[in-house]
Design a binder for this molecule. Structure first.
Ligand SMILES: [Zn+2]
Ligand SMILES: [Zn+2]
Length: 368
């Protein structure tokens, strides 16, 4: 079987649409006919070379589609199911899975950075040459092969172009609030950096019943979307001392929960300083892994809890259907997050718009 996929051959080059050959399915594989695939910043990091992956590779890790075929050992999904892909499938029986830390699943962590599925192999060829998978999803393609735990059935009523967002940005942001930090009703929440993840933290805080939700964002144009998602206060680029502004809004103590979603040293420093004694800082932003970060030691004192969350504490089979249902109930806002829809052939235009900072999410749509 052959299908079209957006392939990255070389760092710095645009993606090329290629005819990819699919080898046969293994026993626990699920073949998904893709209907929508979100463009995420992590794809861009691979294209720009700040996140190293073996090439050539089919990018995309935020996909939704319809199960086309399953391997003989697959029991959780069946052909015809509408699914959202998880970029962090797990084996269920390794050291970390048995300690209820499936994000750290060992076969996943071992093979995913090498561009393989969890058995350490690729299912794709391009002109006879091996082609790599991206985070076991590779959704910028007409079809993708994922492990059974990476294909999660969701209600049929949610449109695919909204459903796909649940697979990365929504899970990461909302999950950090409700699963990782477990924000309580009436809390003061601060969100530093309001891109796709930060906006979903804002709506997670709204869903959790936070009383004060402060957004710090350098782009003044994001004010309306931040307020729509749940912010009660917006501190834009005109606020020269966001730390004292946060203190003014939180009885001088600082926020109960701070979510750092911007990446980089200054955002991390602000986030730590703005966390009240006994409060919690959840770090979601990224910086280069070998970078040093300078912090004022006093800013980590006072019994603060500091945690790093990479996928919002995701348990995809529990959380994806829950998030999809919240959308259908009108509580989770996804329509507002899709700024641009494109066919696969125009995928590079979506990444160009992302580089220019013009969009929240671009979504590649595939005909039904
Ligand atoms: Zn992502
Ligand atoms: Zn495992």
């Amino acid at each position: 079987m052959k299908f079209e996929a957006a392939v990255l051959h070389k760092v710095g080059d645009p993606l090329r649409i290629e005819q990819v050959e699919l080898l046969g399915l293994e026993r626990q594989d699920v073949l998904v006919r893709m209907r929508a695939s979100g463009l995420c910043h992590t794809d861009l990091e691979v294209m720009q070379g700040t996140l190293a992956y073996p090439l050539p590779i089919v990018l995309g890790h935020e996909g939704a589609g319809i199960v086309e075929e399953v391997g003989p050992d697959v029991t959780r999904v069946k052909p015809g199911d509408h699914v959202v892909c998880s970029w962090n499938p797990h084996c269920g029986h390794c050291f970390y899975c048995e300690r209820d830390q499936p994000i750290l699943c060992e076969p996943f962590s071992k093979h995913q950075p090498s561009g393989f599925l969890m058995d350490g192999r690729s299912r794709y060829r391009l002109n006879g040459r091996m082609l790599h998978h991206f985070s076991t999803v590779s959704s910028h393609a007409q079809y993708c092969v994922v492990p059974e735990s990476g294909a999660v059935a969701v209600p049929r009523d949610i449109p695919f172009d909204r459903a796909c967002l649940i697979g990365c940005g929504v899970m990461t942001g909302v999950g950090a609030v409700v699963r990782h930090a477990k924000v309580e009703h009436g809390s003061h929440v601060l969100v530093v950096g309001c891109g796709a993840v930060g906006l979903n933290v804002l709506q997670g805080a709204r869903l959790a019943g936070a009383e004060t939700i402060i957004a710090v964002e350098r782009s003044a144009g994001r004010r309306d979307i931040c307020m729509r998602m749940g912010a009660t206060h917006f501190l834009g680029p005109d606020v020269h001392d966001p730390l004292s502004a946060v203190r003014d809004l939180t009885s001088a103590r600082g926020a109960d929960y701070v979510f750092e979603c911007a990446g980089g040293e200054s955002a991390l420093r602000l986030s730590l300083e703005a966390t009240r004694p006994g409060g919690q800082l959840v770090i979601l932003g990224k910086t280069q892994v070998n970078n040093d970060v300078r912090l004022r030691f006093g800013s980590i004192m006072g019994d603060k809890r500091i945690v790093r969350s990479s996928y919002g504490g995701a348990r995809p089979r529990r959380d994806f259907p829950w998030l999809a249902q919240r959308y259908l109930d009108g509580q989770l806002y996804l329509d507002e997050l899709v700024s641009l829809r494109l066919p696969l052939s125009d995928i590079n235009l979506g990444f160009d718009a992302m580089v220019r900072g013009e969009i929240i999410r671009a979504v590649v749509e595939f005909p039904g």
